[in-house]
Design a protein around this ligand. Structure first.
Ligand code: RAM
Length: 902
């Protein structure tokens, strides 16, 4: 027997060798490969050691799991001795397949622990006093020169800021952009850890840090500045270990030096100004001869929040775009088209005389006269100003700001620029792209691309609503409706785990989850007021994110810990809704309704009661997963009572639902609120409404997420495809027909007859209406996670061919490996062909539309095949069903039977 399994990737807490974590029982993951069909794991053994050498010798001095009978290869919690501050843990794993054959040991993986207690921190928070009479403060530059006399064995640095830090060591940048990320700084701040062994030298070394105001002290949303504090501070502690067993620390304290530098100001929302003549050249390297006066830094006495290990993935430059065209304007400026609405900034290349200023201005759209459309920015200023130093070719990119734009205007550019003058740096949280989707319809492909660009543009530390105007807030409603789509597109495990902390940090004592997380100031400053019907902390479809997002992470990644960690908060939310309802109906009060729907106002009490039911039903399922039987029964009973109350209050004897919008029907259908009889009526009313509107949708942010799923599940697939490919207003394709490269905030952000919508709320990069991406993966391609074996341990493959599509190819990188589906429908012969790949150590059930007549080219009839890894299950008239083990399979079916029955 040959060895069938190979271990190809080991992760800790979803990450590749993470540093500075503070999880007491980190979860370990590995991915398996095999060329055998149905390959699966039957046993595993994990070894954890305090050094790589010991691990290599087979000494597991921290933990040896022993040989465990288990098919689990994800989320195995470390169960060894208590983990200690600043220690590194090395681990490896081996597995046995179902025939008892052992794999080789995996390669060594590791994680390191951060500073686990306050007492471990010797560093002080340092900053620089504000300049008097200056409105926007110059970012402080901080530096520390230190000598090392011996060769370094290993060194780590732990850093964070109240504000943002840009850290350098011996002239090179270390770490992420926009670190430490946005949290509710009154509650917590994330600490990043970096290994710096190779960057240190014997002799003089220099740490340099530039601090930005960021979310802490700069402009946040439309709430102005100083939401959390007055000015930024750095906290840094490095530990250097020598070969002789000794070690030393370098910490931020009053022995550092502070000054202002070349950045005149840098604000998330207001842009940056930079005077290159003021660069303190060499300030972050050894041998620096100070030309400016460095001062003693300002030391802040304390910080009452938590210092926690970073959960979110780092923000980085993820792509660089070249402009596609540019032109000179009458005013002598140059307007570039990046060809894509993107988020990040522009890198500028320029030569000229010292003191000359170039302004780089950004906008998403152009006015009819060809000038930049700036009206939708509100008070945001998407401009960076660069003053030349006048030496050779100069390159500039801003530091602590980002912009949402497709068009770039260079104002005051000296000489003749060309296409190489600028480059667009695409900046977002670094999440692996996990989903790919391609069809024979280029507009559908563009829609998928636009959805993905919306995610790139808005997943920056937190999921923001938009990236351009003075808002950019973590709106919970937007995040929940898009969460599943987001999880197909990219690995959002860490991103949303961190965001759940933000949601929890904002939860009200009453149990209410908020509209926005992290708190951007209005809760703390009591800017919300229930009587004002605005910014209340418990809006339907917004607060429910606190339940929907953990459930999504469970379904997509099999993460039960996120359910455990958030269980109390979720129960508090549902109990809060229950205690604030009347006979299980949520009152009509502050909420946004089906936000930005088109001529279809969904009554708020209907929407709020529907979401109350949905959160309760999810909570019942979650209680079941966690083995909380009593709670499960309690919430199932509550759900039944809410659904009954919903029917009594809102469903007429003719089955019409109060409001009669598309949204009330799809929410009722998808949240299981109706009787079977009412379901049938609801789908009829829904499709009639769509037809009466000329085959158009009318749903807003919330309804849109359930629209195509509801139609598909209730045998109106043709209507789902009609809406998907509809090109008349309002529709997804309408925006694409008019050049959209991202998802717009509003269906009518721009229309042929009205032009731009009111500029006070008109973003062209808002992902909410892009929640149709979920339908494209789950239904159109048919890659569905089975909640009963979550994280794609068992996948349900159920493609839904229809509309004008005859070819769909999609793949999704699950924790087990890549699931692939490629289907093709040949209309003339009504032959449906599908190729699927199921990853090792996982299984699938496939529903092939029509009557399958060949598998892997072997012809047969149901029950008569003997195909390895593939077992026929009971089929229906419409679909043939099989259970699959890992491997690649090809099915061919005859679709005539189905078409006849639709
Ligand atoms: C807008 C935001 C956001 C939405 C709220 C209700 O200001 O853009 O997307 O969730 O309103």
């Amino acid at each position: 027997m040959t060895v069938s399994l190979t271990i190809v990737q080991c992760l800790t807490e979803y990450a590749n060798n993470p540093l500075g974590i503070d999880v007491s029982r980190p979860r370990l993951f590995w991915r398996l490969e095999s060329s055998d069909r149905s390959a699966a794991q039957a046993f595993y053994q994990i070894m954890v050691a305090s050094s790589q050498e010991l691990l290599e010798q087979g000494v597991a001095d921290r933990w040896d799991s022993g040989r465990v009978a288990s098919d689990q290869s994800i989320h195995i919690a470390y169960a060894g001795e208590t983990l200690r501050s600043e220690q590194t843990y090395y681990w490896k794993v081996r597995v046995w397949d179902t025939h008892g054959e052992a794999s080789a040991w995996s390669q060594t993986a590791y994680w390191s622990m951060g500073l686990l207690s306050r007492a471990d921190w010797k560093a002080k928070w340092i900053g620089r006093k504000s300049e008097k009479g200056v409105d926007m403060q110059p970012p402080p530059y901080l530096r520390k020169s230190f000598q090392l006399t011996k060769a370094v064995k290993r060194a780590f640095v732990y850093a964070t800021a109240l504000g943002l830090y840009d850290l350098r060591l011996n002239g090179s940048r270390i770490g992420a952009l926009f670190a430490p990320g946005w949290t509710d700084y009154e509650t917590r701040v994330q600490v990043q850890a970096y290994e710096i062994t190779d960057q240190l030298t014997v002799g003089e070394n220099v740490f340099g840090a530039i601090l930005g105001d960021g979310w802490y002290a700069g402009t946040v949303g439309f709430l102005g500045e100083n939401v959390y504090g007055e000015r930024p501070f750095l906290l840094l502690q490095a530990r250097v270990e020598y070969f002789d067993g000794t070690s030393e620390r370098i910490v931020s304290d009053s022995s550092w030096q502070a000054a202002k530098g070349a950045i005149l100001y840098s604000d998330l929302i207001k842009g940056e100004a930079y005077d290159a003549r003021l660069e303190p050249t060499g300030w972050d390297q050894s041998g620096y001869q100070a030309e400016v006066a460095w001062e003693v830094p300002d030391v802040r006495t304390g910080y009452n929040g938590l210092l926690v290990g970073t959960v979110e993935p780092p923000v980085r430059i993820m792509q660089v775009l070249k402009p596609v065209s540019f032109r000179r304007t009458e005013a002598g400026t140059f307007i570039y088209d990046m060809g894509q609405n993107m988020v990040g900034w522009t890198e500028l290349t320029v030569s000229g005389v010292a003191g000359h200023q170039v302004t780089v201005s950004h906008a998403e759209m152009l006015n009819p006269d060809g000038s930049l459309y700036l009206d939708n920015l509100r008070v945001a200023v998407q401009q960076d100003h660069y003053v030349l130093k006048g030496i050779g070719e100069e390159r500039y990119e801003p530091h602590f700001t980002f912009h949402g734009f497709r068009y770039v205007e260079l104002i005051g550019y000296p000489g003749e620029p060309d296409l190489a003058t600028i480059a667009g740096k695409v900046v977002h949280s670094d999440m692996a792209e996990t989903g790919r989707l391609e069809t024979n319809d280029s507009m559908v492909n563009r829609l998928h691309a636009n959805i993905t660009w919306g995610q790139r543009g808005n997943f920056l530390s937190v999921p923001t609503d938009c990236p351009q105007r003075d808002e950019r807030l973590g709106w919970t409603g937007d995040a929940q409706i898009f969460a599943r789509t987001a999880a197909y597109n990219m690995n959002v495990s860490r991103f949303f785990s961190k965001y759940m902390q933000d949601i929890l940090d904002c939860q009200q004592p009453s149990g209410a989850f908020t509209d926005v997380a992290p708190d951007a100031g209005w809760i703390r400053h009591k800017m919300w007021n229930a009587n004002l019907n605005w910014f209340a902390p418990d809006n339907a479809g917004w607060g429910d994110a606190g339940v929907i997002i953990p459930w999504t992470l469970y379904v997509m990644y099999g993460d039960t810990r996120i359910l455990e960690t958030n269980y109390k908060a979720m129960a508090d939310w549902v109990n809060y809704l229950r205690d604030n309802s009347e006979d299980y109906v949520r009152p009509d009060y502050a909420n946004y309704g089906d936000w930005l729907s088109i001529d279809a106002d969904t009554p708020k009490e209907v929407l709020a009661t529907a979401y109350f039911a949905y959160s309760t039903q999810l909570l019942a399922k979650i209680a079941g997963v966690l083995g909380r039987k009593d709670d499960q029964i309690q919430y199932e009973t509550l759900f039944a009572a809410i659904a009954q109350a919903f029917r009594d209050a809102f469903v007429g004897s003719d089955g019409r639902i109060h409001g009669e919008t598309q949204a009330v029907y799809v929410l009722s259908l998808q949240f299981n609120l109706l009787t079977d009889e009412q379901n049938k009526l609801a789908i009829e009313y829904l499709t009639t409404d769509i037809r009466t509107r000329g085959d158009r949708l009318s749903t807003g942010f919330l309804g849109v997420g359930y629209l195509l799923p509801a139609l598909t599940e209730h045998r109106k697939l043709d209507v789902a495809y009609t809406l998907l490919t509809q090109e008349e207003f309002p529709s997804w394709m309408y925006s694409i027909k008019h050049g959209a490269t991202t998802i717009w905030e509003r269906w009518d952000g721009w229309t042929e007859h009205k032009g731009f919508q009111t500029p006070s709320m008109n973003s062209f990069n808002h992902y909410s209406l892009g929640s149709v991406g979920e339908w494209m993966f789950r239904y159109m391609a048919g890659i569905e996670a089975d909640p009963a074996a979550p994280g794609f341990k068992h996948t349900i493959i159920r493609p839904r061919p229809g509309g004008s599509l005859d070819r769909v190819k999609a793949s999704y990188d699950s924790l087990y490996g890549t699931i692939e589906v490629a289907w093709h429908l040949s209309a003339s012969s009504s032959v449906f062909r599908i190729e699927v790949t199921i990853p090792v150590n996982s299984t699938a059930t496939i529903y092939v539309p029509g009557r399958v007549y060949a598998i892997d080219g072997v012809k047969g009839t149901s029950g008569s095949w003997e195909i390895e890894g593939c077992q026929p299950l009971e089929s229906t008239e419409d679909e043939s069903c099989f259970k699959l083990g890992a491997g690649r399979y090809i099915f061919e079916s005859d679709l005539l039977a189905v078409q006849a029955s639709v």
